[in-house]
Design a protein around this ligand. Structure first.
Ligand SMILES: [Zn+2]
Length: 103
């Protein structure tokens, strides 16, 4: 299973890919991801069994493209998102200033 960067089309193993996730926006339910190869930043939604890509619109996020990642699971926590695949867990923290802005 290799996950592509939608900008430069480099492909990453899940561990490389999910380690590059760095901010969980809880109110929008989005994870920020910066490509280790080209530096492109993308926002994506982690969904059961797939990743959703799209665009913010009117305060919401519309998913337009999906990449299937069989076995992918997500657990929303208070200040982070836990992404699990097989026996691996990646924890993506929420930046506190996002919480302040969401109030
Ligand atoms: Zn890239």
């Amino acid at each position: 299973m290799m996950i592509p960067c939608l900008a430069c089309e480099s492909r990453f193993r899940p561990d490389e890919y999910f380690r590059a996730c760095h901010d969980y926006n809880r109110s929008m339910d989005l994870v920020a991801w910066t490509c280790p190869c080209c530096g492109n930043r993308d926002d994506l939604r982690v969904l059961p069994g797939e990743l959703g890509f799209g665009y913010p619109r009117k305060g919401r996020f519309d998913v337009h493209d999906r990449i299937r990642v069989p076995g992918l699971r997500r657990h929303r926590k208070e200040l982070r998102l836990d992404i699990t695949l097989d026996t691996n867990v990646w924890r993506v923290p929420t930046r506190l200033r996002q919480l302040v802005g969401a109030r």
